[in-house]
Ligand binder design. Structure first.
Ligand code: FAD
Ligand code: NAP
Length: 339
């Protein structure tokens, strides 16, 4: 059966910023066939197509004069299990966090640090989602995508995805690949990553010395719930800026004027600066302009207090970007996808 098309649909429930713009058309395909039919129909009518999942990494600045395809495919399965290594696969429209919880319930380790990230499985490779020292590239086993230029299916291995820090070949070629399903290489044995932020400390406070994958997931969920606004209560798209990676000399120069600089050494002598710290030092924490604001606890998160438009959110982001550039000489790159 073909996925139904709705006309002039508000996208407010489809983006976590809660921005109220209209899509000219909306369809919610639940399998490959429906995806192909919708793409073919859009091509015939000369319509652009925008694919979305959970809308948690979007900033919608205008009505979308296109067919919006909200991925609604479901399904998750174990492809192989040799008693140690396990390969699992999930359809693009599966919600990310329930998928992570499902893997943990099967006793599979690897995705625990990526708990409670909003959005879908299909969008996770777009920016190589990462948190608490793990990125999906670390447990990635492949994905299947539809080439929207040729209509052919293609399997991507790790190398072909060209994953980087919040980056991938998919992010660099917007609209080219529609990700249908993603595979992960998990394990029956836990290799815990606890040295990031307050994770170990939280487990210690809970009296856990040798945590299970589920205990790590629970600790991370509790930290995230304390620090990050819940989009169901306060519109946001998570971190609005990427952490800038600069040369060691640049970091030292900033540190000479701002001794409290929060910075983490990276490969090849580079240094990652905490964008949230730069924004906070520039005085933006808790700032509000109408309904567009900077979260009061986490300066990296821009929030919509209710009726802000995408253009207002974008204008605030541009002001912050310019101010950080002026004060620190560092360019902040926006993380959400702007439309
Ligand atoms: P959407 O926002 O719907 O889409 C994002 C982009 O992917 C768009 O360009 C869209 O066109 C494209 N896209 C979506 N689905 C597909 C598909 N099937 N095929 C091809 N392209 C597609 N991110 C992190 O990396 N780490 C975090 O810890 C994190 N924490 C967050 C916390 C909060 C409170 C929020 C609101 C966001 C957070 N994010 C985080 C950002 C976001 O959740 C992730 O980037 C997530 O993977 C986006 O998934 P989505 O389904 O919502 O994508
Ligand atoms: P945090 O723990 O307050 O840390 C601040 C920043 O410092 C983070 O952005 C993180 O970089 C970096 N950092 C902390 N410990 C580090 C270490 N040991 N080595 C290298 N870098 C370190 O961050 P937070 O805002 O509460 O977020 C916690 C985690 O969730 C982070 O990994 C963050 O990326 C992720 N997160 C992402 C989003 C998003 O939308 N992208 C939203 C919320 C949370 P990294 O960001 O590079 O990890």
């Amino acid at each position: 059966m073909t996925a139904a098309w709705q006309e002039q649909v508000s996208l407010k429930p489809f983006n976590t910023f809660g921005i109220d713009v209209n899509a000219r058309y909306l369809a919610q395909p639940s399998n490959d066939q429906q995806v192909r039919e919708a793409l073919a129909e859009a091509k015939q009518r000369g319509l652009a197509v925008l694919v979305i999942g959970g809308g948690s990494n979007l900033l919608l600045t205008r009505d979308i004069d296109a067919l919006v395809l909200h991925m609604a495919s479901r399904g998750r399965r174990v492809l192989s299990d040799d008693g140690e290594q396990v390969v699992v696969e999930a359809e693009a429209g599966e919600a990310w966090h329930p998928f992570v919880q499902w893997t943990l319930a099967q006793g599979f380790c690897g995705l625990e640090n990526l708990s409670l990230i909003p959005g879908t499985v299909g969008a996770a490779p777009m920016q190589n989602v990462g948190a608490y020292g793990v990125e999906i590239k670390d447990i990635f086993a492949g994905l299947t995508a539809l080439d929207r230029q040729t209509g052919e299916l293609r399997d991507f291995d790790l190398q072909a995805c060209a994953f980087g820090y919040r980056d991938s070949v998919f992010k660099r070629n917007p609209g080219r690949w529609l990700i249908l399903r993603v595979r992960f290489a998990l394990s029956h044995t836990l290799r815990a990553h606890l040295d990031y932020g307050p994770v170990r400390q939280r487990l210690t406070e809970q009296g856990v010395d040798e945590p299970s994958a589920q205990a790590i997931s629970d600790a991370i969920c509790s930290i995230r719930r304390e620090k990050l606004p819940d989009p169901a209560e306060l519109g946001n798209a998570g971190s609005f800026f990427k952490n800038p990676v600069v040369s060691a000399e640049c970091a030292e120069q900033i540190r000479s004027q701002h001794p409290g600089l929060v910075a983490y050494p990276q490969a090849q002598g580079q240094v990652k600066l905490a964008a949230g710290w730069l924004i906070e030092q520039a005085g933006w924490k808790g700032y509000r302009e109408g309904d567009a604001g900077v979260h009061r606890l986490q300066s990296l998160v821009l929030v919509n207090y209710g009726q802000a438009s995408g253009a207002q959110m974008h204008a605030l982001a541009l002001k912050i970007q310019a101010d950080v550039q002026r004060r620190f000489g560092v360019e902040l790159e926006m993380e959400p996808n702007l439309y």
